[in-house]
Design a protein around this ligand. Structure first.
Ligand code: GNR
Ligand code: NI
Length: 178
């Protein structure tokens, strides 16, 4: 188990189109475990393999929603291998999104509110489900990574440029403080 370094924009590797997984072998199982460690450590609610430099169609998601009674985050680690979106709803919803590869920057993104998706789990079992809410948004955000797309690509040029400027400034300030 290992925490892997997360690649940040403008690293060109984030623009790679990831290729389908052909075998669920020990190497892939280790990658999945390391991706969960990396996601929980960050912390984040999702992570695509390309964010740790591996151009394979694998992503992990755990919304870690708080338990109604204790308020503690309940873990529900889910891995999506070779995921596909079969259909997106006409209805759209807007979420404030962030990305571990665009650190500490947030913006509203509009996407289909529900999606019908299929994927393989780590045992090779195929799933097909209708997903909604934050899970639907997160899956679409992660699947964008598999195509080399970042959430900032969904913004207007003006908003994207402003956000990237803030990121550059934050990095400079951090470098000074360090
Ligand atoms: O941690 C994350 N939070 C998040 C919030 C709203 C929509 C998408 C996300 S995914 C993000 C982690 C990440 O960068 N995954 O690629
Ligand atoms: Ni992301």
């Amino acid at each position: 188990m290992a925490i892997l370094p997360i690649i940040e924009t403008p690293d060109p590797r984030l623009r790679t189109i990831s290729t389908p997984v052909e075998a669920i072998d020990a190497d892939l199982q280790r990658l999945i475990d390391d991706m969960f460690d990396t996601m929980y450590d960050a912390p984040g609610i999702g992570l695509a393999a390309i964010q740790v430099g591996v151009p394979k169609r694998v992503l992990v998601i755990d919304l870690q929603e708080p338990d109604q009674e204790s308020g503690e985050a309940i873990r529900n680690p889910t891995v999506f291998i070779n995921p596909q979106i079969l259909e997106g709803s006409e209805e759209h919803s807007v979420y404030q999104e962030g990305c571990l590869s665009v650190p500490d920057q947030y913006a509203e993104v509009e996407r289909p509110a529900t999606v019908r998706a299929s994927w393989m789990d780590r045992n090779g079992v195929i799933h097909e489900e209708q997903l909604s809410g934050l899970l639907a948004t997160c899956l679409q955000h992660e699947m964008d990574h598999l195509e080399g797309i970042l959430f900032i690509d969904h913004l207007s040029r003006l908003k994207r440029d402003m956000l990237l400027k803030k990121l550059t400034k934050a990095r400079k300030d951090n470098a000074k403080a360090a």
